[in-house]
Design a protein around this ligand. Structure first.
Ligand code: RP5
Length: 181
């Protein structure tokens, strides 16, 4: 459909039509206006060769779709859901209420309140229904957290995370070395 085509073009997926691999991570967002932020999560997962699907699912505009997406995610093989939303950001919490999977919420800076509204909407979940909330617009960290979760039972993936952390450390050390010269 039109949304899928827009998602593909925004993600710059040259190989989008190759044989599909069952997605392990579901990346969903309330609106296509969240895509510029949320596509960073897709990029990170791609760099780690972890399959993901990207969907527009709105708690307010498509409540039935949200219900069917969240309640079928586990049986479709999804292992972690990353949900981004802005403003009255109900999507991550509602999805967490409908699935036993871990849900990571990304507060998107979308309104006059600069993202603080999204952050508070996502982070202030009632006891019993957790959403792991990352910083405003930080879809990169949402993907890295999803990878760490998958890494608990996927040693090859966890080894890649260790490598990623070592690379990040080396970059900082190299910068320090340059400063000292
Ligand atoms: C939320 O409202 C979306 O997640 C988005 O961040 C915000 C604005 O959506 P649009 O009006 O741009 O579609 O539901």
């Amino acid at each position: 459909g039109i949304v899928e085509a827009r998602v593909k073009s925004l993600l710059n997926e040259e190989n989008a039509d190759e044989t599909p691999v069952a997605p392990r991570v579901g990346i969903i967002m309330g609106s296509d206006s969240d895509l510029p932020v949320m596509k960073e999560a897709a990029k990170v997962l791609k760099d780690f060769d972890v399959s993901a699907e990207v969907r527009i699912v709105s708690a307010h505009r498509t409540p039935e779709l949200m219900f069917s997406y969240a309640s079928s995610a586990r049986e479709r093989g999804i292992q972690v859901i990353i949900a981004g939303a802005g403003g009255a950001a109900h999507l991550p919490g509602m999805v967490a209420a409908l699935t036993p999977l871990p849900v990571i919420g990304v507060p998107v800076r979308a309104s006059a309140l600069d993202g603080l509204d999204s952050l508070l909407s996502i982070v202030q979940m009632p006891r019993g229904v957790p959403v792991a909330t990352v910083a405003i617009n930080n879809a990169t960290n949402a993907a890295l957290l999803a990878l760490r979760m998958l890494g608990v039972s996927d040693t090859a993936l966890q080894a890649r995370m260790v490598q990623f952390q070592e690379d990040a450390r080396d970059i900082v050390l190299e910068k320090t070395e340059k400063l000292e010269k």
